[in-house]
Design a binder for this molecule. Structure first.
Ligand code: CP
Ligand code: NVA
Length: 306
C-alpha cells in the first residue's frame, strides 16, 4: 500500500482491509514506536472536525512524525488557490495530505496533483477513515466481519456510502433504512451489491427502520443533516420522523446487538440519550478506534515496510 492514495474504502481489497485492521490491533496493544520519524502530515480541512483532526494529529505524533493543520480560511481551496497548486506546493513540504472537503472532486483533484499520498478525511461522497474504524470496532466486538449483520438507519450519506462499500468488500450483511429521497445513491448501491456478490455479503436499501434492525448484530446511525446540509435541518427533522434509534427500536435487534454512531451525535434526533449512554453503546470505543485505524493506515501508506 506504500505511496498510494486512500480516497474511497473501495480503494482497498478485502485482504488489504484485513491487513490494515490486523496492523491497527497490533499498534493498539503496543507502546508508541517511531515508525514514521521525520514524516510530516498536513491536514487540509474545509469543514470542522474533532475526532478526525485530533486522531490524525495524535496518530502521527505517536509514530514519531509531525503534523500541521490548515483551517478552511487559511487554505481557501479553490478560492485563494486551486487544489492543483495547493497539492503541488504541499508535496514539496510534507509526506502526506489528509483533506476534508465538501466535493469529492476536490480531494480527487488534490490526489491527482500531489506527489505524496492523499487521504480522504471526509467528503460529501465518502468517509473511508471512519469506515476503517467501524470495521475495526465490529471485528473487535463481534469477532468477525463476514457474516455479521448491520442495520444503518437514516440518511444515505457519506458515512452510509463508505459502510455500504465496506460491507460489500468484507462480506457483511447491511440493511439501510432511509426515508424516500434520502436513500443511498443508485451508483453506490449498485457498486456495493456487485462487491457483495463476490464476498458473500449483501447490501439492501429499505424504508422501514424496524425491518432493517430486525435481528441485527449492529445498529448504526448518523446525523440527519450533515455538514453542508444545515439549512435543511428543519425539513429533515420532519422527513426523518420515525427514524430515531431509541430503546424501542433497539429491541428489534439481536439481544447482543451493539449501537454505533460515527459522532458527533444530535442527541434527541437520530438517537436518544438512553441508547447513546446505554449498555449496548459502542460509540466511544468506535471513536477511539479512529486513532488506531489511522495509525495503521499512515504506517502502511508512508512506512518503508508493509
Ligand atoms: N466522526 C468524525 O469524523 O468526527 P469529526 O467530524 O469530529 O472529525
Ligand atoms: N455525515 C456527517 C459525518 C460527520 C463525521 C457529516 O458529513 O457531517
Amino acid at each position: 500500500m506504500q505511496g498510494r492514495d486512500f480516497l474511497s474504502i473501495a480503494d482497498l481489497s478485502a485482504s488489504e482491509i484485513d491487513h490494515v485492521l490486523t496492523t491497527a490491533m497490533g499498534l493498539k496493544d503496543a507502546r508508541p514506536q517511531p515508525l514514521l520519524a521525520g514524516k510530516t502530515l498536513a491536514l487540509v480541512f474545509e469543514k470542522p472536525s474533532l475526532r478526525t483532526r485530533v486522531s490524525f494529529h495524535v496518530a502521527i505524533k505517536h509514530l514519531g512524525g509531525d503534523c500541521i493543520y490548515l483551517s478552511p480560511p487559511e487554505v481557501g481551496l479553490g478560492e485563494r488557490e486551486t487544489p492543483a497548486d495547493v497539492a503541488r506546493v504541499l508535496s514539496r513540504y510534507v509526506d502526506c495530505i489528509a483533506a476534508r472537503t465538501f466535493k469529492t472532486e476536490t480531494v480527487e483533484e488534490l490526489a491527482r496533483w500531489a506527489d505524496v499520498p492523499v487521504i480522504n478525511a471526509l467528503s460529501d461522497g465518502e468517509h473511508p477513515c471512519q469506515a476503517l474504524a467501524d470495521l475495526l470496532t465490529v471485528r473487535e466486538k463481534k469477532g468477525r466481519l463476514a457474516g455479521a449483520s448491520l442495520a444503518f438507519i437514516g440518511d444515505g450519506n457519506n458515512v452510509a456510502n463508505s459502510l455500504a462499500l465496506a460491507a460489500g468488500i468484507t462480506g457483511m450483511h447491511l440493511r439501510v433504512a432511509s426515508p424516500s429521497g434520502y436513500e443511498l445513491s443508485d451508483d453506490v448501491l449498485r457498486r456495493a451489491q456487485a462487491l457483495a456478490a463476490s464476498s458473500g455479503g449483501s447490501v439492501r436499501q429499505l424504508h422501514e427502520p424496524e425491518e432493517a434492525v430486525a435481528g441485527a448484530d449492529v445498529v448504526y446511525t448518523d446525523v440527519w443533516a450533515s455538514m453542508g446540509n444545515e439549512r435543511e435541518a428543519t425539513v429533515r427533522r420532519e422527513d426523518f420522523a420515525g427514524y430515531t434509534v431509541d430503546p424501542g427500536m433497539m429491541a428489534y435487534a439481536s439481544p447482543n446487538a451493539i449501537f454505533m454512531h460515527d459522532l458527533p451525535a444530535h442527541r434527541g434526533e437520530e438517537v436518544t440519550d438512553e441508547v447513546m449512554d446505554g449498555p449496548q453503546s459502542a460509540v466511544f470505543d468506535q471513536a477511539e478506534n479512529r486513532l488506531h485505524a489511522q495509525k495503521a493506515l499512515l504506517t502502511l501508506l508512508l512506512g518503508s515496510e508493509e
